[in-house]
Design a protein around this ligand. Structure first.
Ligand code: PEP
Ligand code: MG
Length: 326
């Protein structure tokens, strides 16, 4: 359906058989908050914090970050705001950080790897601001998410830092709260280790932009391998399913915040794969909400089963097309 024809739903939506699905917005700057709310997002599933650090000579201090996180919480007083800690390196350079010259920056020091290494101070400052925002009386519900996790140790180390930041704030008598804590699943290692990671966190959010890149060994944004790096590749679908499966029967909820989540033609498939939350750029929130209301969970499961047994991308596409036509 045409974008303009789709109704904007400001309330949370459920599938035709009554399963509530969170449809959230991705934001890349504070200016994206209003549009996400206007398009009916239930919350923010991915708040990219890189913008706070870009186009300046030095990093933002704790106070500046705190104010920005509060702004996000105030924009979604009834929803959840998932803030991702700084994800630099790879395709996201920042001048004053003195990032290393790497032959393969996508396989280098990026995301959580920097936060537990050369950017440890920045990580601590960011966590202080986040825990203080989580403890404010803004009403919103803040969650913290780590980018580019590939080992259980990284999560434990990050949790240790979070705990020590909480201790510091406690001894200072500051207002704070320990937020929900989760990881992005965007490396094959994280998808394989999801059963173990599930004991360490409260949620997963699948980043299909990087996950497809790393599963398929096809650089994101490189037009020569764009077909190969497509998120409907069966290998990507199976990595998504493995991640969701690892969380089933636990209290861990699983979202998706890569581009795939915002494709309304895939909503039924994604619900069939078992996702609890979908987060996307504001534009497609109404279409995806519409698609959720039209989905029957049992049919979606059968569709996912068919797609998961497909051996080629063409077959996955055929399964999806036949489903639309039937
Ligand atoms: C992803 O990798 O899918 C993702 C959502 O993160 P980013 O695009 O910021 O790397
Ligand atoms: Mg990513």
């Amino acid at each position: 359906a045409d974008e303009e024809e789709v109704e904007i739903r400001s309330e949370p939506v459920s599938t035709a058989d009554g399963v509530e699905i969170e449809v959230a917005g991705n934001v890349g700057t504070a200016a994206d908050l209003g549009p996400a709310a206007d398009r009916g997002a239930d919350g923010i599933g991915l708040f990219r914090t890189e913008f706070l650090f870009l186009d300046r000579q030095s990093p933002p201090d704790e106070e500046e970050q705190y104010e920005t996180y509060l702004e996000a919480l105030e924009a979604f007083p009834d929803g959840r705001v998932v803030v991702r800690t700084l994800d630099v390196g790879g395709d996201k350079p920042i001048d004053y950080l003195d990032l290393p010259d790497e032959e393969n920056p996508f396989l280098g020091e990026r995301g959580i790897r920097r936060s537990l290494g050369p950017d440890a101070d920045l990580f601590e400052t960011q966590l202080r601001a986040l825990l203080r925002a989580a403890g404010s009386d803004s009403g919103g519900n803040l969650a913290v998410m780590l980018p580019l996790v590939s080992t259980v140790e990284e999560v434990r180390d990050a949790r240790e830092t979070l705990d020590s930041v909480a201790e510091d704030l406690e001894s200072e008598g500051a207002e704070y709260a320990v937020p929900e804590f989760g990881v992005m699943v965007e490396t094959p290692a994280a998808a394989f280790m999801a059963p173990d990671l599930a004991s360490e966190v409260e949620f997963f959010s699948i980043g299909t932009n990087d996950l497809a890149q790393y599963v398929m060994a096809a650089e994101r944004g490189n037009e020569h391998v764009a077909e190969l790096g497509d998120y409907t590749q069966p290998a990507v679908l199976r990595a998504v399913r493995a991640t969701v499966e690892a969380a089933e029967g636990t209290d861990v909820w699983v979202g998706m915040c890569g581009e795939m989540a915002g494709d309304p033609d895939l909503t039924e498939l994604l619900l069939g794969l078992g996702l609890d939350e979908l987060s996307m750029s504001a534009v497609t929130v109404p279409q995806v909400k519409q698609a959720v209301t039209e989905t029957d969970t049992e049919d979606a499961r059968k569709l996912a089963e068919k797609a998961l047994s497909a051996g080629t991308k063409a077959e996955v596409r055929r399964v999806l097309t036949e489903n639309t036509q039937s």
